[in-house]
Design a protein. Structure first.
Length: 179
């Protein structure tokens, strides 16, 4: 009987394990079905959100693409125009620099000429003033000498002959001078 009791226990135990395994498989199937339902619901929501995103983003992408298609050639044209303007400005700046350098060179040349002319004119004026001064001073000195002579002669005739006084051989102011 011990063997029979053991076999029952073994059969019972086997039956219990089969039942537990069956319940575990059933529980696993229920969990997998719940996961399937949750994934289906999530997929549905994601699909709906993707559709909403497409409906809101697609017009923006389309209008942006259209804008870029329309504006692209204009931007290229503007860039080309800016490059041409820049090149022309460089050319004109170089030409203006050359013109300015030529103008400065001519100005320096002309200022050298004007300086030489003014120096010549001032030298001529200086010599002319010296000649005029000499021309006027010489007759004035001669007239002054004649007037001094006339005054001395008139003074000598009025006072008569002067008594003879001994003349000193040197002046009092010359006492410190040695010759």
């Amino acid at each position: 009987m011990a063997s029979h009791a053991m076999s029952i226990d073994h059969d019972t135990l086997l039956l219990v394990f089969v039942a537990i395994t069956g319940l575990a498989v059933l529980l696993q199937a229920v969990v997998l079905f719940a996961i399937f339902l949750a994934l289906r619901k999530t997929t549905s929501m994601l699909q709906q959100q993707i559709d909403e995103l497409k409906s809101s983003v697609l017009p923006v992408v389309t209008s942006t693409q259209s804008l870029l298609t329309n504006v692209g050639p204009r931007i290229e044209s503007v860039a080309k125009d800016v490059a041409e303007i820049s090149a022309r400005l460089r050319e004109q700046t170089a030409a203006m620099q050359i013109t300015a350098n030529d103008f400065i060179a001519q100005l320096q040349k002309q200022s050298g000429r004007v300086d030489a002319m003014m120096t010549g004119i001032l030298d001529v004026l200086d010599r002319a003033s010296a000649v005029i001064t000499d021309t006027i001073n010489i007759p004035i000195r001669q007239i002054s000498a004649i007037a001094a002579f006339a005054k001395a002669a008139v003074g000598a005739f009025r006072s008569g002959p002067a008594p003879a006084q001994p003349r000193p051989t040197h002046a009092a102011a010359d006492k410190d001078m040695f010759v």
